[in-house]
Design a protein around this ligand. Structure first.
Ligand code: SF4
Ligand code: SF4
Length: 385
């Protein structure tokens, strides 16, 4: 008698609505309470795949086809952490586990590397709270997160959690050996142009190491995405990168422009005009963590935690923390009072507002002088599209 169980890599989440989350594929399926209850019973081994009503049989067939359900000879269950998200839900947590770095990139918004590692107990406490808050994607970043003294101990425990783990790295420490030890679902490497431009920003020989790292990761089945910061050094490389990355089978290509902060303040010649930056931001593909739902401005589901456990709206707001981990992740997150889109006075009549969400609020403040201003770079992106 076959039982029904959630498919490999699937779990259930209570965000603003009930969802099934396919962690392996990073796909979210919204459903009603009845379907959620049925899947919960499947996951407790209480449903056999025979004698179902025609509606239930149709739902099950769809789930089996999509890999969201499987038939098993004995009852099986996947990890589902019961709980309820805040509203808006915290879906993406960027954990800056270390401010150490092995590079000295000329455009780094964080400035010079430090020597601070987030204590492993704080890392595990945070990710446990994030999981209970129904989080979807953990972004392990830094500095260079692989420089954390306990990085490999943290890495070992990642498969225990019911979220997708993504390593945001400069990619230079990914080798044949390290790729085989990684337990993350995805690695995002930084590639800031073709070889000459990239190496001029990130250091001689780094391009070659990253490309080698990408191949090693793909050989062991880890998804790879790429992040690119557009500057005057690589402004002409975007078409060549597009072709190059298409051949590399990259999952996502996140293209952004650096904000005038950190070391970029000393290297302002790297900054493009808003018009050129915005026009070039048409490159790239795939989702991003800074998006929004529910009528909010950018980053409605994202927060960041610094190595000293300061919890912030995002990395750019590290100097305006919501609080510290000792107060609890949920408490800090719920202090975030995000503006609504209709408060963006300069965007109100824009035809792109539902897609653009007013762009980046940090850039709006930097370039437009106010949290309710428009993001001029995004305006150029949409004007050029
Ligand atoms: S302010 Fe900018 S960096 Fe921060 S969440 Fe919004 S889009 Fe992202
Ligand atoms: S394109 Fe410009 S005006 Fe329109 S929503 Fe975006 S930032 Fe606002």
């Amino acid at each position: 008698m076959p039982f029904l169980s959630l498919g490999e890599g699937c779990t259930l989440k209570r965000l603003e609505q009930p969802y099934l989350y396919n962690i392996s594929k990073d796909e979210l399926y919204e459903m009603d309470e009845e379907a959620f209850g049925f899947l919960s019973r499947c996951n407790r081994g209480e449903v056999v795949a025979e004698g179902l009503s025609s509606d239930a049989a149709e739902f099950v067939d769809y789930g089996l086809d999509e890999g969201l359900l499987v038939k098993t000879a004995t009852p099986e269950s996947r990890r589902v952490v019961e709980g309820q998200s805040s509203v808006p839900s915290l879906r993406y947590l960027e954990l800056q586990i270390s401010n150490r770095c092995n590079l000295f990139c000329t455009h780094c918004y964080l400035g010079d590397p430090g020597v601070m590692d987030m204590p492993p107990d704080d890392v595990f406490s945070t990710v446990g709270q994030f999981e209970e808050m129904q989080g979807l994607r953990l972004l392990l970043s830094g500095g260079e997160p692989m420089m954390h003294r306990n990085f490999w101990a943290i890495n070992e425990r990642l498969p225990d959690y019911s979220f997708r783990s993504i390593l945001l790295t400069n990619g230079t420490l990914i080798t044949h050996e390290t790729a085989r030890r990684l337990k993350v679902h995805e690695v995002q490497v930084s590639l800031d142009g073709m070889e000459d431009a990239h190496d001029s920003i990130r250091g001689e020989g780094t391009f070659g190491k990253i490309i080698n790292g990408i191949r090693e990761l793909q050989e062991v089945g880890i998804a790879v995405s790429v992040a690119t910061m557009i500057t005057t050094a690589n402004r002409h490389d975007l078409p060549a990168m597009q072709e190059f990355l298409a051949a590399l089978d990259i999952r996502e290509w996140n293209v952004d422009v650096p904000c005038p902060a950190g070391r970029l303040d000393e290297n302002k010649d790297l900054l493009l005009s808003p018009k050129e930056a915005g026009t070039l931001m048409q490159y790239g593909f795939g989702g991003y963590f800074h998006g929004s739902t529910g009528g909010y401005v950018c980053g409605a589901h994202l927060c960041a935690m610094m190595p000293d456990t300061r919890i912030c709206r995002c990395g750019f707001y590290a100097d305006k923390p919501l609080g510290f981990l000792r107060e609890g992740l949920r408490t800090c997150w719920e202090r975030l009072k995000l503006p609504k889109l209709d408060s963006l006075t300069e965007c109100t009549n824009c035809a792109f507002i539902e897609e653009c969400h007013g762009g980046c609020r940090y850039r709006a403040e930097k370039y437009g002088g106010s949290i309710t201003a428009r993001d001029p770079i995004k305006c150029w992106t949409y004007a050029a599209s």
